[in-house]
Design a protein. Structure first.
Length: 424
């Protein structure tokens, strides 16, 4: 099997955690390449539910090596909490978790600025984990990396410079309290001591592994429409969640990546603000939210839900070079009499079949729908494609035809066993 990227093809929460857990069996390394603890990836094993925010979902499989790549932003407090949660639940972490020394570190002022910016400007609806401000420092070349955290002298110098700037912004722009150097320095030196055993040059580790023909799974976080370049800007996250991010976020060249798998929810959801052309009206929203348990795995916020939108998924297939699709949460549509599929958008008399970049078009467009009959049967116990109700197969076939990309796997529940291949 080739090294693969598995990523979300919509606005996140497509069920990547579940799908990655299944594919982990076939690989040696699972690697996060972007984002931070804004992610919430759920894996259900028998009656146990795990929600992973920063640590790759592969950690639940014994003997797999999990890597937090250079493209990730790491909140050390959140990381240590996650490690201790896993250890308490019997998962061995030490010796299996590697953290890039080039990853950037989230500080409390990043979180505070994230919160304050949300109050002051037109809201994005962020997770308030400090992701945007931390990436902003990275690009502004003032960020503090894991390697800096481990070096007392460098940390002192960089934290001093950062606090000078951040405390002035907190005070002058927001009238908010600043941070004490001594407190932050001591807190973060403490974290450095605790995490240093996991830190290494993960780029070298991964490239050596590839030379030894070990297999790597790159775990996307967020979703394509939340990508800072290819998503619904500015209502996006601050990293490249698309397939290209797997390369820049790990230091593994694109020639070593053989396949990209897109995880696609059978309908659409998004959390936070921003355009959502196929968003349901109230009744259907509540029905599907309840049935699909559509509440954020990180913030608990209710997710906005909508009809399947082939315009955005086609855009995802293009910008990621998606080879194959996994459709999740088909079971959530079990009770519907009929199901709408969006095939295009209309705006001011013009029809758009390609995803429009102009935010005014996206915010004001009318979706063009076709409607297919529902199946009104419980699919959660179905174990093969052939046993799916005829109309469920027709729904999948129609999606596959619109997307012109092969569906390889279908998920009808959160458990591992509620998954089957399209070909079987
Ligand atoms: P991720 O961020 O893409 O990993 O997705 P989340 O974990 O945030 O959200 C997906 C939710 O749907 C989780 O609660 C999963 O347990 C659940 N889930 C995954 N696949 C299915 C499915 O096929 N059917 C149902 N009903 N739930 C699913
Ligand atoms: P997973 O990996 C869904 C959304 C936030 C907000 C926007 C920016 O579980 O699919 P941020 O805190 O990143 O600056 O917020 O991005 N967002 C997600 N939505 N799933 C996620 O991750 C998300 N991570 C961020 O709700 O709209
Ligand atoms: Mg999630």
């Amino acid at each position: 099997m080739a090294n693969i990227v598995i990523l979300g093809a919509q606005w996140g929460d497509e069920g990547k955690g579940k799908v990655i857990d299944i594919f982990t069996q076939k690989v040696d390394y699972v690697v996060r390449y972007q984002g931070g603890n804004n992610a919430g990836h759920t894996v259900v094993i028998d009656d146990d539910e795990f929600i992973l925010h920063l640590i790759p979902s592969g950690i639940l499989h014994k003997r797999k090596i999990c890597v937090i790549g250079n493209g990730v932003v790491v909140d050390p407090r959140a990381l240590l909490d996650e490690i201790s949660m896993l250890k308490k639940r019997g998962i061995k972490v030490d010796g299996r978790l590697l953290i890039s020394e080039s990853a950037h570190v989230i500080f409390p002022y990043h979180k505070r600025l994230d919160e304050l910016k949300e109050q002051k400007r037109k809201k994005i609806g962020t997770t308030k984990k400090g992701i945007g401000p931390c990436y902003a420092d990275k690009v502004a070349r003032s960020g503090i990396r894991v390697a800096d955290l481990l070096d007392e002298a460098v940390l002192k110098e960089k934290l001093t410079a950062n606090l000078d700037e951040k405390n002035a912004i907190l005070d002058k722009t927001y009238g908010a309290q600043g941070y004490s150097f001594d407190e932050l320095y001591n807190e973060y030196r403490g974290y450095a001591e605790e995490i240093k055993k996991y830190v290494c040059n993960t780029t070298v580790v991964l490239n050596d592994a590839i030379k030894k023909r070990k297999k790597i799974l790159f775990e996307g976080a967020q979703g394509t429409l939340l990508d800072v370049d290819h998503g619904t800007y500015p209502f996006v996250t601050s990293s490249n969640s698309t397939a290209g991010g797997a390369s820049t976020g790990t230091g593994v060249g694109p020639t070593a990546i053989g396949k990209v798998i897109g995880v696609v929810k059978a309908y659409t959801t998004r959390v936070g603000e921003g355009p959502f052309p196929t968003e349901f009206t109230k009744d259907l929203m509540e029905r599907i939210r309840r049935k699909g348990k559509e509440f954020g795995a990180t913030t608990g916020r209710p997710r906005r839900c909508g009809h399947f939108d082939s315009v955005i998924v086609k855009h995802s297939i293009m910008v990621n070079g998606i080879d194959e699709i996994v459709v999740t949460k088909l079971d959530v549509l079990d009770d519907l009499d009929s199901i709408k599929i969006c095939t295009a958008y209309k705006f001011e008399g013009k029809t758009y079949t390609d995803f429009p970049t102009n935010s005014r078009v996206l915010a004001g467009c009318e979706p063009v729908y076709e409607e297919v009959p529902g199946w009104k049967e419980d699919t959660t116990k179905v174990t093969s494609y052939l046993k799916l109700p005829k109309n469920a197969k027709n729904y999948l076939k129609r999606i596959q035809n619109l997307l012109k990309t092969r569906i390889v796997l279908i998920s009808v529940g959160c458990e591992r066993k509620q998954t089957f291949s399209k070909d079987a």
